[in-house]
Write a protein that binds this ligand. Sequence first.
Ligand code: HEM
Length: 398
Amino acid sequence: MTESRSGSARVGRRGLLGVGIGLGGLAAGIGGTVAVDRVRTPDAPAALVDFHGRHQAGVETPIQAHARYLAHDLREGVDADAARRMLRLVTDDAARLCRAEPAITDQEPQLALTPCRLTVTVGFGPGWFSALGLTQKQPIGFQDLPPYEIDRLEERWSGGDLLLQICGDDPLVVAHAARHLSKTVRRFTTPRWVQQGFSTPMFGPDSPTPRNLMGQVDGTVNPSPGSDDFAEVVWAGSEAGWFAGGTMLVLRRIAMTMDTWDELDPHAQELAIGRTIATGAPLSGGGEHDEPDLTATDSSGLPLIPQFSHIARAASTGRGDRFLRRSYNYDEGITDGVVDQGLLFAAYQADLTRQYLPVQTRLAEQDLLNEWTVPIGSAVFAIPPGCAPDGQLGEGLL
Ligand code: HEM
């Protein structure tokens, strides 16, 4: 793990730090010294997540409270050289922000100062590779998802050449990082969509699994951060060349039809998933982390976990069809008179063709949950490996 806790000593040391940023009308980055008061998030441990490393942060990092995903398209005429320059700026800004320091041209430097496990994760969509003449270097297995019959995809939530995934436990810090980085990439890209979500944060393996807006415990069956299993499922291996240490993200915006879901009685809701609402335990018995028994039946011979329940359909067949799920909830209130809630479903895997597509295909064919969930957005991004402090993101590609 690349997590590093910052205790009060670190906060104190930086408490009155000259950040070299001008205020009060001075151009950012050239002004005098500013005394800054560090603000501590009251109920979350103050923490910094290392931006640098073999892998980008924000994947293996236990889920933070807030996320913003920003997709951009490359401007016409941006070539590999310009893309490299942009990534150098993004790398430098992100590394500083993740240390809870202002970026070089930060115009609201105070908003950068709260350590809140900020992570910035950069990804490349299929259009990135084609626009830059790099299709030959596109990682093996990286492709757009095929259309599915369950899809009701909207342009405004789909696609994109460049992804900035920004997560942290303080929404103000996340909003600030998102806006600053948007400015950094503005000369090179145009904004395509922004999606934001929230979760109950996890701080390590002992944190309870978060719930989604349907009330279900969501994220139980997942590779454990730090394990060999995690590395094998999530990170591309040496055969991937420049992409080794990277991963592929499938991000689906899935609306929940909450009004009809609420009409189901609680047991019918449990049958759709195959797990109890109270604890997330499989309907075949045991606790949350016990193996579901898909063959168990009740006294009348009916399966305890329906054959078409979400977990029965989604469970790995043992042929490598596994991934990390690190999803966020979204809630946009009421849109056109209807509850606008759902899941920003985020799956990370070394090879999405091999690992993700078989599961998505099975679920699109048959899954009781499909009655109350509607995919309205879809995007895929190749998340390149991380970089060393003297390196930059995308260096192996460009
Ligand atoms: C709004 C949409 C969705 C909801 C509410 C949802 C909810 C859940 C819940 C409650 C579980 C059981 C607990 C757990 O292991 O996390 C689960 C498991 C799982 N889901 Fe979903 N899910 C959704 C969409 C998807 C999609 C789109 C996929 C992949 C294409 C997927 C793949 C899986 C997998 C692989 C498991 C673990 C299955 C197992 O091995 O037991 N889910 N989901």
